[in-house]
Design a binder for this molecule. Structure first.
Ligand SMILES: [Zn+2]
Length: 201
């Protein structure tokens, strides 16, 4: 939340709330600016990263080998929570977040409020595929939030420069697939967006 990385020249003035400065080989500085001080940095040997508190509790990365269909099925089958809530749990799946969870469920044509354990194998397969597609599109699509260190104001993580979402923040707008109005509901403290027709069940 609200943290920024800035890529500064040697003679640029250091902004307020600069919490950490990395002096780079090219004489420039990578500055972590964190006004609200929510950020955490730890110095850890590369061999110890997976054992570090705050990292070791995290779930497998979606692009890692561990995150296969069987893994997703096993966590869904054990949960009485809604899919939307479960997909945001960083101890179950890492890095999906509110936007990508909504987008993956839309692509998979699955209702976000459905109980995780009730999902059929065919639909788990579809959801697994959609999660990977949504994340890989987000990484490769140049119009989405990428770290742009040359920007004068730096980069705020969690910020999207251009919107490409199919349901996220599109309440009341027509669904790209069927034309029905996209709906929004606050669920677990977060906004959930979905198409009432494409994601009926
Ligand atoms: Zn639709």
């Amino acid at each position: 939340m609200t943290g920024k990385f800035l890529y500064l020249n040697a003679d640029d003035e250091l902004p307020k709330h600069s919490q950490a400065i990395f002096y780079l080989d090219n004489d420039r500085r990578l500055v972590f600016r964190d006004q609200r001080q929510f950020g955490v940095m730890k110095l850890v040997g590369s061999g110890d990263i997976s054992r570090t508190k705050g990292i070791r509790e995290l779930a497998p990365e979606p692009f890692g080998e561990e995150f296969g269909f069987d893994y997703l099925k096993s966590i869904l089958k054990k949960s009485r929570r809604s899919l939307k809530t479960l997909l945001l749990d960083q101890t179950k799946i890492l890095g999906l977040g509110n936007i990508y969870a909504a987008e993956a469920l839309f692509r998979a044509r699955i209702n976000p409020f459905k109980t995780a354990a009730q999902l059929s194998s065919a639909r788990i397969e579809r959801l697994h595929q959609s999660i990977l597609e949504v994340l890989s599109d987000a990484i490769t699509d140049s119009s989405t939030s990428r770290i742009n260190l040359e920007q004068p104001d730096g980069f705020s993580y969690g910020e999207a420069f251009e919107r490409f979402w199919r349901v996220y923040e599109r309440e009341g707008e027509p669904c790209f697939k069927c034309g029905a109005k996209i709906r929004r509901e606050v669920h677990g403290g977060r906004s959930t967006y979905w198409c009432p027709r494409c994601q009926r069940r």
